[in-house]
Each structure stands twice: as C-alpha cells, then as structure tokens.
Design a protein around this ligand. Structure first.
Ligand SMILES: Cc1cc2nc3c(=O)[nH]c(=O)nc-3n(C[C@H](O)[C@H](O)[C@H](O)COP(=O)(O)OP(=O)(O)OC[C@H]3O[C@@H](n4cnc5c(N)ncnc54)[C@H](O)[C@@H]3O)c2cc1C
Length: 414
C-alpha cells in the first residue's frame, strides 16, 4: 500500500508528489494521460505575483455583461442551460465586493510570493532546467482610462509586498521599440518571472521519479472503494490502488472526482487557448500582458507563445477558431509582430476555477484520509512550489511557513 496516492499529474500533482517523496513517503501519481497533459501543458508560463488581485473587482460585472455573449471577447460565457455553471457564475458574482476582493487578493498574494521565493532554490536543488528567467512582466494598455484605473491598485499591491512601476508612453516605447503607436501606458512588475511550462512539468516528473516516486500513466480514476469515513482504495481503469492517504489534484476535473465521494467542489473549467511558434526573432523578450484584450505574450529562448482569454463553456472540448484568431488580432493591436508562419502548436486547456478565486488546499472534513490541492485557476504554475510545501507540511504534521486558513476546504464544508 502506498503512503499517498495523488489523483492527477499536472503541475500541482507533480510538485506535491516531489515534495512528499522528499519527506520520505511512498508516493504514486495516477494520471489518465501523460503527466502534464492538462492545463499545465500549453499555458503562458508566467510567474505572476502581479496577478494577486482576483477577477472579482467591483465594477467587473458591467464589463462582463457587455463581453459575455461576444464570441471573441476576453471573457465569454457560452449560452446554455447548465445548472452547475449557472450556480457557479452566480456564486462568483456574489464575491464581487471589496471585502471578498481584498481577502482573495491577500490569500493569493501569500501563495504567489511564497512560491516565487521557492522557484530558484527548487530548480537548483533538483537540477531542473525550465527556462526560468527573472525578467519581470509588463502590462500594456491602449486605453488611458483603463491604465489609470489599474493604477488605483498600485497602493494595494505595494501593501501586499508586490512592486509595481508605472511607465508612460515615451518610456515604454523607448524600452520596447516593437510596440504599435496604440500603446499609451504600461505597468512593470519587476518581481514577476517566466519559465517554459512543458519543461517545468518534465523537470518535476524526472525529479519525482529520481526520488523513488511512481507514476501510473494512462490510468483513469473511475471511483473509490470506501468504508465509513475512509477511502480504502482508488478504483482505476487499470485496477485498484489502495492508499493510506489520497491527494485530489486533478485540476479542472477535480469536481467530477469529488462528486464520486459525495462532495460538491464549487469549481468550473475556465477555458483558455494558446498558439506557439518556434524561436522567433523580433518579438519583445520580456513577458507581456496586453490588458484590454487579455492576451499574454511569452518569448523564450526556444519559442514564442500567445495565450489566454477566459471562456466558460463547461466541459466542452476542442479548439475554437474565433478565439484563436482573437489572440492573434489582439496581439497585433499592441505589437509590430514579425511574419509568424505556421505555428508549432495550437492548444486549449481548462483552468481549475474556484468560486472565490482562492485555491482549495487542505484536509477534507468528510473523509479522514482525503486531502485537496486544487482550484488554482489562472495561477497554478505560479503557485505550485508553495502549494507543494504546504501539502508536505500538512501531511507530516509540521507548522507551515504561512497561515493555511484561507485555502482550507472547510470554507466549503468539504
Ligand atoms: C491559456 C492558459 C494560460 C495560462 N497561463 C498561466 C500562466 O502564465 N501562469 C500560471 O501560473 N498559470 C497559468 N495558467 C493556469 C495553469 O495552467 C493552471 O492553473 C495549472 O496548470 C493547473 O494545474 P493542475 O495540476 O491543477 O491541473 P492540470 O494541469 O489540468 O492537471 C490535472 C491532471 O489531472 C488529470 N486527470 C483528470 N481527471 C483524471 C482522472 N479521472 N484520472 C486520472 N487523471 C485525471 C488530467 O489528465 C491532468 O493531467 C494558464 C492556463 C491557461 C488555460
């Protein structure tokens, strides 16, 4: 019997697996595909304390209602009668108030900053080469009003220990000559960073295997064998895996597995897209967020990616051409892009979005040997090292380096 069986081999499952193996526990990851085949694959790879403020800023609903039904808008809600999705959207709307906004920003900031500090030592310790660069991230604006509005958050971010530097048009166009004249202002977040997510996931996987961990690939978790308040084993397409403890880290699919245990996780998939090219000359080498279009631009030594946008269309799989075009069109409004040619990959993925935009990390109340590490939304890569550290502390009974209360599954009665 394994000490810990982890459901899901994305960035959260693998980072947690590595941290638990490092504690001397016998750990097995169950993954229905290959490790890293979910949201952790084609995301933008930015490490962003800058993103501590959640989406639910008062005032968002006005914009959101305008966008919601436009198929190429940065935020799109697919019409349809899906009760779970409707309930979740109403729940999210209830968090649009200043008290919840500040509480979520503070909780997210802690996990982001704690993670940011852990990346470099972790890469050194395990010899992971993931194209990690500490270059900061630049937000770009075309609309003076939006730029001014965003600057109202500078004091709050500074209070959360997140540095921000506003840059006017002249300063921006000097330091980034490839911008179009439409760009009127920017915000630089010097504490942000970047990495190549596919290589990060591969590095975690290798380090975990070298630490004696086991991965069951192409192993679909189908259900659970339970007795009273205990999970005895995890029932999979390739047989049953008995475990002393179970960590649910299945990203956007987590609520589907939790339902098998009679638990309702307040989460929805937030679909995003990306387009990737090989090494590309003539693109800014600092990661960019093109604010009004919600497009993220990342250039690594070996590739170039446009990504992001948020779509709530339930568990509807596949690429959406309209939204892929919107990424390219949006980028061309801010950047003088070189001729990009045929992409090496077009991709979609589901962000695991929790209703209060705060991850769910900690023990279950209902099941004595179940633990959660999920719902990292738009920030799973950025939050992975501190999530893993918290999970390891909780499993071995050590006092964590930061207060785990904001992430406690108990807030949802789980
Ligand atoms: C377009 C886009 C851009 C993004 N950009 C960034 C960024 O720049 N920075 C950042 O920090 N975050 C970013 N994110 C968010 C980030 O990708 C996610 O938060 C993160 O990958 C979630 O990791 P995870 O391990 O929880 O989920 P996943 O990576 O989705 O992993 C879950 C795993 O569980 C497996 N699984 C599911 N069901 C089962 C089952 N029944 N049995 C076995 N296995 C199962 C899946 O196959 C999958 O591999 C972005 C996301 C998107 C979509």
């Amino acid at each position: 019997m394994d000490d810990v069986v982890i459901l899901g081999g994305g960035v959260i499952g693998l980072a947690s697996a590595l941290a638990l193996a490092h504690e001397g526990l016998q750990v097995r990851v169950l993954e229905r595909g290959e490790p890293g085949c979910g949201a952790s694959h084609g995301n933008c790879g930015t490490i962003t304390p800058s993103h501590a403020p959640p989406l639910t800023m008062p005032g968002i609903l006005r914009h959101a209602l305008g966008w919601m039904l436009r198929r190429d808008a940065p935020l799109y809600v697919r019409p349809g009668l899906d009760i779970d999705r409707l309930r979740w959207l109403l729940g999210l709307a209830r968090h649009v108030n200043w008290r919840d906004f500040h509480a979520a920003a503070a909780a997210r900031a802690i996990l982001l900053i704690q993670s940011r500090e852990r990346f470099a030592p972790m890469f050194k310790k395990y010899g992971i080469e993931a194209g990690f660069e500490e270059k900061g991230v630049m937000f770009l604006f075309k609309d003076q009003q939006v730029w001014k509005q965003e600057q109202t958050q500078v004091a709050m971010l500074n209070d959360l220990s997140i540095a921000v530097e506003p840059l006017d048009s002249a300063a921006l166009h000097t330091c980034l000559p490839g911008l179009t004249p439409a760009v009127v202002g920017g915000l630089r977040y010097p504490g942000d960073a970047m990495l190549r997510p596919e290589r990060y996931v591969a590095g975690l996987e290798q380090a975990f295997l070298h630490s004696g961990g086991k991965i069951a690939r192409e192993t679909d978790v189908l259900g659970f064998r339970t007795s009273a308040r205990h999970i005895d084993s995890v029932h999979c397409s390739r047989g049953d895996y008995p475990a002393k403890r179970v960590l649910l880290a299945a990203g956007a699919w987590s609520p589907l597995l939790a339902r098998q245990l009679g638990l309702r996780l307040p989460m929805q998939p937030g679909k995003g897209y990306s387009i990737t090219w090989g090494k590309t000359a003539g693109v800014p080498d600092i990661p960019l967020v093109l604010k009004e279009r919600s497009v993220c631009v990342t250039a690594w030594a070996d590739g170039f990616r446009l990504g992001s946008t948020m779509e709530f269309s339930g568990f509807r799989e596949g690429l959406n051409r309209t939204r892929l075009h919107a990424l390219r069109r949006g980028a061309a409004e801010y950047l003088k892009l070189p001729l990009l040619g045929t992409p090496s990959e077009e991709w979609w993925g589901w962000r695991p979005m929790s209703v209060d935009e705060v991850p769910i990390i900690g023990p279950s109340q209902r099941w004595e040997n179940l633990h959660f590490a999920t719902a990292h939304g738009m920030l799973g890569v950025s939050m992975s090292p501190a999530t893993a550290a918290l999970v390891a502390d909780q499993f071995v009974g050590r006092t964590p380096d930061f207060d785990p209360t904001p992430y406690d599954p108990a807030r949802f009665g789980l």
